[in-house]
Design a protein around this ligand. Structure first.
Ligand code: SF4
Length: 286
């Protein structure tokens, strides 16, 4: 069975399939609305860091004035731009920035697996919809079921909390989830866990050091990195033979947890180390 099939069958212990499917599509609906809102909202973020929102400007630049009035029209306009590598790369960043700018300005996001890392999974799924295989409900559900299972395995074997494990637990896990989901919908079942493993392997040790304690810098950009690493990990896994993989998903989860235990508290969401102490700021007290 494919990972998404196992998860779907497991969910039957909790609720009928129709409810699970409805819930999954509702999750994508919220993610989609968040991306669309974020890509159409310019301005500054609240919080005193004076961080400028970038997604809306990038969206405008990439679309070069093409007209549209809703999500479907926007998607069509994006597709008209072709398949150039830098064009796609810019869009992946644009989708991820959009979600995390929404998160940083009290907008509605789907916690996946956390709010700081909420942009990775929507960005990769939106990339798949825009540039790979179209807007198909079955594939969207498949992607989310597989991604959710990978998140659950990380939660049980390590942590999803930056306060316990640094950013490897947030962006690292979201990237692994997205890599697995993407590999699954690309129809390459044997490499699903390998893709998740690769994505996490190259986030190991990533610290959490948000400037001023705001989930803005480096968090917003970091979602673009998590998304592109997920796509690369999926691509690499799909071009590789899992039989020859040296690191298993179980091994990388254990390594992530060991690294979390060794990590100084300065790098666990305390804003006491890293960028948080090396970038000078003058934030008002309240
Ligand atoms: S740096 Fe910390 S707050 Fe920011 S995304 Fe990573 S884990 Fe979340």
């Amino acid at each position: 069975m494919a990972v998404h099939e196992i998860v779907m069958e497991n969910e039957q212990a909790w609720r009928p399939d129709t409810d699970t499917r409805k819930g999954l599509l509702q999750i994508w609906q919220v993610m989609k609305e968040c991306i669309y809102r974020g890509t159409h909202t310019p301005g500054m973020l609240p919080g005193g860091l004076e961080v400028k929102r970038r997604s809306a400007e990038l969206n405008k630049r990439l679309l070069k004035g093409q007209p549209y009035s809703n999500y479907e029209g926007w998607l069509e306009a994006i597709r008209k731009g072709g398949n150039d590598f830098t064009y796609i790369l810019d869009w992946v960043s644009c989708f991820a920035l959009a979600v995390n700018e929404e998160n940083a300005s009290f907008g509605r996001v789907v916690t996946a697996p956390t709010n700081g890392a909420a942009g990775v999974i929507p960005a990769v799924l939106q990339y798949y919809i825009a540039f790979c295989d179209g807007n198909k409900e079955e594939k969207i559900m498949q992607f989310l079921l597989t991604a959710a299972e990978i998140g659950s395995i990380f939660k049980k074997g390590a942590t999803l909390s930056a306060a316990m494990g640094g950013c490897q637990a947030e962006i690292g896990v979201s990237s692994a989830m997205a890599a697995a989901g993407l590999t699954d919908v690309m129809g390459v079942q044997r490499q699903v866990l390998m893709a998740a493993e690769i994505a996490m392997e190259h986030h190991l040790g990533l610290t959490c050091d948000p400037i001023g304690g705001r989930v803005q810098v480096p968090c917003i950009e970091r979602n673009t990195m998590g998304a592109i690493k997920a796509i690369t990990a999926s691509q690499l896994a799909r071009q590789s033979a899992p039989d020859y993989a040296k690191v298993s998903l179980d091994a990388v989860i254990k390594t992530m947890w060991d690294t979390a235990l060794d990590m100084s508290h300065k790098y666990k969401e305390t804003a006491d180390g890293g960028l948080a102490v090396n970038v000078p700021l003058s934030l008002p007290e309240c």
